[in-house]
Design a binder for this molecule. Sequence first.
Ligand code: ADP
Ligand code: 3PG
Ligand code: MG
Length: 393
Amino acid sequence: MKRTIKDLVGLRGKTVLLRTDFNVPIDENGRIMDITRIASSLPTIKYLIKQKAKVVILSHLGRPKGYDVHKSLWPVAMFLKGELRCGVGFCHSLSFDEIKYRVSLVREGSVLLLENTRFFEGEESCDMTLSKKLASLGDIYVNDAFGTAHRRNASTFGVARILPNAIGLLMEKELKAISPIVDEPKRPFVAVIGGAKVSSKLKVLKSIIKKADSLIIGGAMAYTFLKAQGESIGESLVEEDMVDDCLEILEIAKSLGKKVLLPIDHIVADASTKKPSVKEVKTIKENMTGYDIGAETIKMFAKEISKAKQIFWNGPMGKYEEARFSEGTCEVGNAIANCKGFTVVGGGDTLAAVNQFELGDGIDFMSTGGGATMEFIEQGRLPCIEVIQEKII
Ligand code: ADP
Ligand code: 3PG
Ligand code: MG
């Protein structure tokens, strides 16, 4: 068992470097579209404040290549200000001299949020110099970023190897809820996978197919599979260099007698005109882009879902942010929420969709992890949790 913040004594006056996953959808006006991930880490933040620690928070947001004002954590700092009854500062600077100075000003029981960790060179390569610089800011490292626990980054992995450490309350809750799926899934176990992060999710699908009884694939993920089967996909999102991996997954499924369900009809937009018309088709022709699954696919997916004793869902079935492409996600989400089996839903966008369509009451566990939860189900462990010290019993 991993050490948690509850096992840490004498936090008063200590600077706690807290890694959270505040990678939330934010629109072009800086409005946070779904607060689930931030709200999920509030118990950890509030606990540390109550213990009179000086709380310095680290998180990434999106996948920026260097500084990008649209990927600033500033809106999150504003949100935290409204939620916490303590001082909340935000440090725009990327200069460690300035950051150190700002950290030195943090009072006991107060919070300072630093800028997006992916603005710092060396974050994603887990550079040792950056890890050391980050570690020099605090006395103790706490990781509550379950959603990012599959990424060996400087702020999630590198720092943990340097400072005394523990996991936060969200991380503890996630591990407790998801571990039963990893150990003994109830059958039939149906995995519903969609969204857009094809390459990072495909890797995991290779072993999820061994654990699940059937695999439902929708969203942008589906087109690479359809292409692998020789179907035309027009201008839909595809990762050409993943076609062979898709074929391999389909072959593994066949050899194990597992079902893989792919879309049989689509909602497409005409990619050749400026004012694209939207229609439902069985085959995606040239100049057409697939943005959602069609009505027949919804029916087929819902039927499979209704038979499940256990479900894991990650990734919207279409470009759900636009109402005209949201039906697939809404209907598949409804089928999952109405399923009598145990349902776990994870992922930043998937949670946003669940909240948008008000499906939360029918879901047994809402995980803040998307890729992380998939990798945890697949491997039973995550590198950024492994690196945390064990509880001393
Ligand atoms: P999660 O955050 O839940 O893990 P992802 O980040 O993988 O999910 O995917 C969510 C994104 O996928 C959304 O922005 C959605 O618009 C996009 N998406 C899903 N289907 C399609 C599609 N057919 N074409 C383009 N984008 C899509
Ligand atoms: C997620 O949204 O799945 C996590 O925040 C990790 O983000 P990443 O896939 O960009 O590393
Ligand atoms: Mg996402």
